[in-house]
Design a protein around this ligand. Structure first.
Ligand code: UTP
Length: 307
């Protein structure tokens, strides 16, 4: 990616790179009830780390340390997780447990995490609109609070490079089986010189498989221009009665905004979906140096019916 886009980036003048990232985390998490009645799904542990911490770590690796989390009622624990915990830190320090002390402090120190409340869960587009006063007029990233991208398969940093090259907006895309496209936003797109980047010509939220323009589904990473806020202000409730980000992006494309998609071929988990959440926990546990070997042995025995 770096070599492909370097000449284009050099040619781009007056490009303001995104510095801020918005993480919408105000959804009700109904697919995971009753667990989400009192506990935000964004804090569900993937092994021993809340799902959302992986997302903030991904932002930091891509160079974005100014984070705004959009929360809602019952999500206060998210702020606690990204804050200092003086009593806990003092106890761990007194015990000489430096490993855990470092882990506890890391979530508070790794980024500047700010919060805004959505008020009522009126949809992803509305959650993004709540970030407008904070974001201002510069381009920014959006990372969904329940969409976990494997650390070994960088996505956001690639999207930032593509946005630097083409300007406008960039969305992350996943090729899905046709019969699953109705769960996602979907794009119509044409090829570019790079087989992992497409130029988007239209979008539709949750299409019928028969009417879908492609099998390219929008997943939870976006790099957006601030023009999306004007589009969102004009967007009426759409699929599910919610204000859909896809509908606002569709109107931006129609108005001539450059819109590209990065086709992601790595490992990704929707931790708001029970099956995907379990796959994320098992995969990441198997890959861990500390608990991985023992867990794998148990898993092999379990699958073979010996455990
Ligand atoms: P999802 O549709 O995956 O989340 O939204 P949800 O609405 O919580 O899930 P279910 O379908 O009821 O199980 C994608 C992202 O957008 C956020 C969610 O928190 C999630 O990170 N979101 C969604 C908001 O912040 N506000 C909303 O009004 C809706």
């Amino acid at each position: 990616m770096r070599t492909v886009y370097a000449p284009l980036m050099a040619a781009a003048t007056n490009h303001t790179p995104p510095r801020k990232v918005v993480i919408p985390a105000a959804g009700l998490g109904t697919r995971f009830l009753p667990a989400t009645k009192a506990v935000p799904k964004e804090l569900f542990p993937v092994v021993d780390t809340p799902a959302m911490q992986y997302i903030v770590e991904e932002a930091v690796r891509a160079g974005l340390t100014d984070v705004l989390v959009v929360t809602g009622r019952g999500k206060e624990a998210i702020a606690d997780h990204f804050d200092r915990a003086p009593e806990l830190e003092a106890t761990l320090l007194a015990k000489g447990d430096h490993g855990r002390l470092e882990a506890v402090m890391r979530s508070a120190d790794m980024a500047d995490v700010h919060f805004v409340r959505q008020g009522a869960p009126r949809g992803l587009g509305h959650a993004v609109l709540c970030s407008a006063p904070y974001v201002g007029s510069e381009p920014f990233a959006v990372m969904l609070g329940d969409d976990l991208i494997d650390v070994r398969d960088p996505l956001l940093s690639t999207m930032l490079e593509v946005q630097g090259a083409y300007g406008g907006c960039v969305v992350a895309l996943l090729e899905v089986p046709r019969n699953q496209i109705s769960r996602y936003g979907c794009v119509a797109a044409s090829r570019t010189h790079d087989d992992s980047v497409v130029r988007i010509t239209d979008m539709v939220e949750k299409p019928d498989p028969d009417a879908a323009p492609s099998n390219l589904a929008i997943i939870g990473r976006y790099v957006l221009s601030a023009r999306v806020f004007d589009a969102l202000r004009e967007t009426e409730p759409g699929s599910g009665g919610e204000i859909q980000l896809t509908d606002a992006l569709k109107s931006l494309v129609a108005a001539g905004e450059p819109m590209h998609g990065v086709v992601f071929r790595g490992r990704r988990y929707d931790t708001g979906d029970r099956g995907d959440y379990l796959r994320a926990v098992v995969r990441l546990a198997c890959d861990r140096e500390d608990i991985g070997p023992g867990f794998r042995r148990w898993l092999e025995d379990f699958v073979a019916g010996r455990a």
